[in-house]
Each structure stands twice: as structure tokens, then as C-alpha cells.
Design a protein around this ligand. Structure first.
Ligand SMILES: Cc1ncc(COP(=O)(O)O)c(C=O)c1O
Length: 424
């Protein structure tokens, strides 16, 4: 199994348009980008952590609370009907957003972490036994490691980890060699939050299916950049968070193949996930409602629907080309700075530039940048194994979204010059 240079994007989108991308119009949609931080204009380079929100998303949530705040699925009154329509509307929009075959394959969750825990505890806990294997990659976010570790402790299954090379790409031959009939679950990220690597997930899914494994893809860092088609990918489950794709915190999506969701037992018990309850026996609701116990984050789900609508107004191909251009510019400018070393130089990347500066702790860099109004993340980015792989404790991570510009990178580079002044 070999990685072609474009393998990561081949399931994601057919880039056909050549239209220019009007980043200034996009920036005007995000009120927070007009904020001052320490008296300086905000330069937001931390979107992999959480993205900023366009006014349309804020308005949609406000509108819900001002005009149709009510609980869903339960009452007969008009407000509840409107709230239910908006909530279920997001489910339908999410299905279209990732080309899921129908809205019933979409479970509304609180985020990527919630979706992974749901699959681990519902599917994994029921299906795995001692000696079975769960295969991850070395690139994973802690959210796509710890739930599987917990599952392995509970079932006696074994956690295996496909290595990455110095560029930060999964070693596909090693991955392939680790797959066997013992592999019951493969869980890998589509895009690495620490390094920005785009993994060749379509090929990885096909290889996993050849040994009968179920595949979950962590799409938290993919959906803000790539157009995802879960049917083209062929994955069994795909999870992501609203807050990284211009929606609010506390909501997210788990896509699951219908037959898989049907076979999975509920994860949490409570209201709304039932068909009938007696003390002797409870009958569960149908898919996907049997996974949605209790009152959900209705305003958040309404906001997620607005974020999907917002992305629908964007020329995604042009946006991706724009982001690629800003990432290339950032990479070149940071590389020019004396003493910097880029961590993660995969051939296919999106949205993330991780680097270290000789002799300066990343946290000190982050603090100095903050004083200049430049927001980056420093640390191990919830991906400690990645840092261990490179023998470092932390990196400075610049992460981009559709609203970033060359001017943002110029401000970053000017602020990094301040770091050099302070630390020599
Ligand atoms: C690749 C990846 N997976 C999972 C997560 C966890 O997402 P959340 O905290 O929204 O559940 C993140 C968040 O940074 C991530 O980048």
C-alpha cells in the first residue's frame, strides 16, 4: 500500500472552480475579528482549537431563544413544533453536509469526544472480547485514544498503534501489516490537529474493511477545510464537532451506517430515547433517537444548522485554495526565521503549522505573541504521543480558517521578531 501525493483529499472534494476567494467579505461576517486584544487588532490563529463564529450563527441562536425557545419532540404547542423543526432541520442539513444517505444516520452529540465515546461504549463494549484488537495511528488526538484505551481495559481487547514517519505521515505499509482478522475497530483522524497531516483515509478504510474491521473516522479537523463525502469514504462512522466549523460549542455529529446504528445498544438512558417505559422493561426509541437521551443543546444544534448554511454560501474549493495559499505563505515565512524548526511536513496538509524555536519554550512564545494580539496555541495539543514521537514537549501551533490572510501571517512574523528580541 503506497501513499500517492493526493490521497488525502481524494475523498474530500472535486476542486472544479477557479473563482477568486473574497477573504475580506468573509472576515466581515465574523464580528469578533474586529476586537482589540491588549489594545492591538486581534490576529486569530487558533481555529483548530475552536473557530470563530459568523454573525449568522449568533443570530440563529439568539432567534431561537427570543422567538421559539421550547423543548423538542414533546409538546403540542407551536413553539415546541418550531424548535423541533429547527432541531431536526439541522439533522437533515448535517446529512447533506457530509453526503450521508439519510438523516436517520445522523446522531446529534455534544461533539467529537462524545461521538467517539458513544461508539466505543455502545458498539465496542458489546462487540469486543479479549484478544480482539483496536487499531489507531500515532497521530491521534487524546479524544481518539483514551476512549479506546478504556474500552480495551473493560473488554481485554488490545490497543495497537500504526507508526508515523518523520514527515508526520502514517506509515501505510506498517498500518497494513497491523491489520488482521483480530482487528475489530480502526479509529483514525482524517486530519491531524497537531501537525495538519491529511491522512489517506479512503485507502485506510478499504484496507480495514478487507479484514472485516469497523472504521471510525475522527473528522474534527477535516470538516472546516475539506468537503467530506462519507459515502465516497465508505467509513462506518464519522464524527465531528460544531465549534471547529464555525458553529457553537457543545454540539456535534456522529454519522453511522444505518445497520451499524441499528445493531448498537443505547449509550445513555433517559427521556426521549425510549418508546415505552415500565419498571419491568423499557423499549427503546428508533435510530437515531435511541442515542439522544435527555434535553439536548437545542440552541447549539440550531447554531450548528446555521453554520452548515453559512458554509453552504462559501465557495469551498476557492476557500481551500485560499487556506492552502496562506498555509504555504506561513510555512515559508516561519522557516526563514533563524532557529525555527517546523514539526510535521506531510505532503498533504491543511490548516496547521506547528513549529519550535531553539532555546525558547513554546509557552513563552505564546505569551509574547498574545501581548501583540496574536492568538496561537502552544503545548502538546491533546496529542502527547505526537510530541513524544518527535522527542519534544510542545510546539507553537498556528491554525488557520477561511478568514485568515497574509496580513495575519505578517503580524505573526513581526511578533516572532519580538520573541527574538526578548530571548536573543
Ligand atoms: C482531531 C481532533 N479530534 C477530537 C477533538 C476533540 O473535539 P471536542 O473537544 O470538540 O470533542 C479535537 C479537538 O481539538 C481534535 O482536533
Amino acid at each position: 500500500m503506497t501513499a500517492g501525493p493526493n490521497t488525502g483529499r481524494n475523498t474530500a472534494m472535486a476542486i472544479t472552480t477557479t473563482a477568486p476567494f473574497d477573504v475580506q467579505t468573509v472576515r466581515a461576517d465574523f464580528p469578533i475579528l474586529r476586537e482589540l486584544v491588549h489594545g492591538k487588532p486581534l490576529v486569530y490563529l487558533d481555529s483548530a482549537n475552536t473557530s470563530q463564529k459568523p454573525a449568522a450563527v449568533l443570530r440563529a441562536m439568539d432567534d431561537y431563544y427570543q422567538h421559539f425557545n421550547a423543548n423538542i419532540h414533546r409538546a403540542t404547542h407551536l413553539l415546541s413544533e418550531r424548535a423541533t423543526q429547527a432541531y431536526e432541520g439541522t439533522r437533515a442539513k448535517a446529512a447533506r453536509f457530509i453526503n450521508a444517505p439519510d438523516a436517520k444516520t445522523i446522531v446529534l452529540t455534544t461533539g467529537t469526544t462524545d461521538g467517539i465515546n458513544l461508539v466505543a461504549q455502545s458498539y465496542g463494549r458489546t462487540m469486543l472480547k479479549a484478544g480482539d484488537e483496536v487499531l489507531l495511528s500515532w497521530l491521534e488526538h487524546h479524544s481518539n485514544i483514551v476512549p479506546w484505551q478504556m474500552l480495551c481495559e473493560q473488554t481485554g481487547a488490545v490497543l495497537r498503534v500504526a507508526p508515523i514517519d518523520d514527515r508526520g505521515e502514517i506509515e501505510l505499509d506498517a498500518y497494513q501489516a497491523m491489520l488482521s482478522p483480530r482487528t475489530k475497530i480502526v479509529a483514525v483522524g482524517h486530519v491531524s490537529n497537531a501537525l495538519g497531516t491529511i491522512n489517506p483515509v479512503r485507502e485506510m478504510i478499504a484496507a480495514a474493511h478487507a479484514v472485516g474491521a469497523v472504521v471510525l473516522i475522527d473528522g474534527a479537523q477535516a470538516v472546516p477545510h475539506l468537503v467530506v463525502d462519507v459515502q465516497a469514504l465508505g467509513c462506518d462512522c464519522y464524527v465531528f464537532s460544531s465549534h471547529k466549523m464555525f458553529g457553537p460549542t457543545g454540539t456535534g455529529i456522529l454519522y453511522g451506517k444505518r445497520e451499524l446504528l441499528e445493531a448498537m445498544p443505547p449509550y445513555r438512558g433517559g427521556g426521549d430515547m425510549i418508546a415505552s417505559v415500565t419498571f419491568e422493561k423499557t423499549a427503546y426509541n428508533v435510530v437515531p433517537y435511541k442515542f439522544e437521551a435527555g434535553t439536548p443543546n437545542i440552541a447549539g444544534v440550531v447554531g450548528l444548522g446555521a453554520a452548515i448554511d453559512y458554509l453552504g454560501t462559501i465557495d469551498r474549493a476557492a476557500a481551500l485554495r485560499h487556506e492552502d495559499d496562506v498555509l504555504a505563505y506561513a510555512t515559508a515565512r516561519v522557516r526563514e526565521i533563524h532557529g525555527t524548526r517546523i514539526v510535521g511536513e506531510a505532503r498533504e496538509k491543511t490548516g496547521v503549522l506547528s513549529f519550535v524555536i531553539d532555546g525558547v519554550h513554546p509557552h513563552d512564545v505564546g505569551t509574547i505573541l498574545d501581548r501583540e494580539g496574536v492568538a496561537v496555541r502552544t503545548g502538546q495539543h491533546c496529542a502527547q504521543p505526537v510530541m513524544d514521537r518527535y522527542g519534544i514537549a510542545a510546539t507553537i501551533r498556528v491554525s488557520l480558517a477561511i478568514y485568515n490572510t497574509h496580513a495575519d501571517i505578517d503580524a505573526l512574523v513581526a511578533s516572532l521578531a519580538r520573541v527574538r528580541e526578548v530571548f536573543g
